[in-house]
Write a protein that binds this ligand. Structure first.
Ligand code: PLP
Length: 358
């Protein structure tokens, strides 16, 4: 039976995806793997709307931050980092930990980054080589206007590194048309897979920057991954069963149709927000920038997220997440990405109503 698992990651995994993982093991340096791998990467390119490279590593989404910094920058380089939630904060943190000079622009959590803010940041920091951007801030349920932000960076000839961990495969991403340089995600979100695969798209300007990067690289070396992929292999042992899962999920996305997947997420987002409004609760997100993959909901004064989450689970079999950092006990987050439909959301909303009214 399909559980009502409404975390904003990991997400519910469809039976077809679990079934794909039952595939018997094959040599990862053989013709069968090579053909499968080439086909999978082609599917991932189509879903990212790119003719550039899409690469996969064994790893969680966080690998994507480190891949960005260590492949396309050098120690001491300057970047502008837009922070309005836990994951924007983490991107900035990873960059400074690795030796990058990070110019943070902090907004209150729940705000969206409007393009003028990035323009101003570039005016203040004209030597910035990259902009660290979060497409969908999972901690606040905000979708930042990434196409517009990327356009500002492009005008200044600054690279764009985009965390799309909770948007890729759910929200529209047009890697080439939006002229993004690097964008990453993780298998356990809208990709409908178990955790364990990091997915990254790399464009031509990022590859050019790679040639000047002086960071030492080994496991996260993107060029090694790209060059071996061209020969149908991987630099280290691939997570074969997870790759089968990702392939099955990518096929489901293609069967449904990418635009239909995007439209379904829009409808799920609208349904969730309408239901929350009807219950009389407020959203964390700035109006107009609410995410269609995750909704962050402020609880009434005096209600503890921890208790509400426990009650939703125990009394209704519905699993949602709490907040992060200062919002930990003040909000709940409802995931509506990946393998989810209108009935799932209806059940979740009526459970929230019941718990809060009783
Ligand atoms: N970025 C965003 C926007 C996320 O939502 C998450 C995880 O929830 C991450 C990065 C980190 O990914 P992982 O936990 O897979 O390492």
């Amino acid at each position: 039976m399909k559980s009502n698992f409404r975390l904003p990651g990991p997400t519910a995994v469809p039976p077809q995806v679990y079934a794909a993982m039952q595939h018997e093991m094959i040599p990862h340096r053989g013709a069968e793997f090579s053909a499968f791998y080439a086909d999978l990467l082609a599917r991932l390119r189509r879903i990212h709307q790119t003719e550039s490279d899409v690469l996969i590593w064994p790893g969680s989404g966080s690998a994507g931050w480190e891949i960005a910094i260590t492949n396309f920058l050098s120690p001491g380089d300057e970047v502008v980092s837009l922070v309005a939630g836990a994951f924007g904060d983490r991107f900035a943190h990873v960059a400074s930990t690795l030796g990058i000079a990070v110019h943070r622009v902090d907004l209150p959590w729940g705000s969206a980054f409007h393009p003028e803010i990035l323009t101003k940041a570039f005016d203040q920091h004209p030597n910035a080589k990259a902009a660290l951007l979060t497409h969908n801030e999972t901690s606040t349920g905000v979708t930042h206007p990434i196409a517009e932000l990327a356009a500002v960076a492009r005008e200044r000839d600054v690279l764009t590194f985009v965390d799309a961990v909770s948007s890729a495969a759910g929200l529209p991403i047009e890697f080439d048309a939006w002229d993004i340089d690097y964008l990453f995600s993780g298998s356990q979100k809208a990709w409908m897979c178990p955790p364990g695969v990091a997915i990254a798209a790399v464009g031509p300007r990022a590859w050019a920057a790679y040639e000047h990067s002086t960071f030492k690289k080994f496991f996260w070396d993107a060029k090694a991954m790209r060059d071996t992929a061209r020969d149908g292999i991987t630099p280290t042992t691939p997570p074969v069963s997870l790759d089968y899962a990702l392939d099955a999920a990518a096929r489901m996305i293609e069967d449904e149709g990418l635009e239909n997947v995007w439209a379904r997420h829009v409808a799920l987002g609208e349904q969730t927000r309408a239901g929350i409004e009807k219950i009389g609760l407020e959203l964390v997100a700035e109006p107009g920038f609410e995410s269609n993959t995750v909704t962050a909901v402020r609880l009434p004064e005096g209600r503890s997220a921890k208790t509400v989450i426990q009650q939703l689970h125990d009394e209704h079999g519905v699993t949602v997440a709490g907040g992060q950092a200062h919002l930990a006990d003040a909000i709940i987050r409802i995931g509506h990405m990946g393998w989810v439909d209108a009935d799932d959301i209806e059940i979740c909303l009526s459970a929230v109503k019941d718990v809060l009214e009783n």
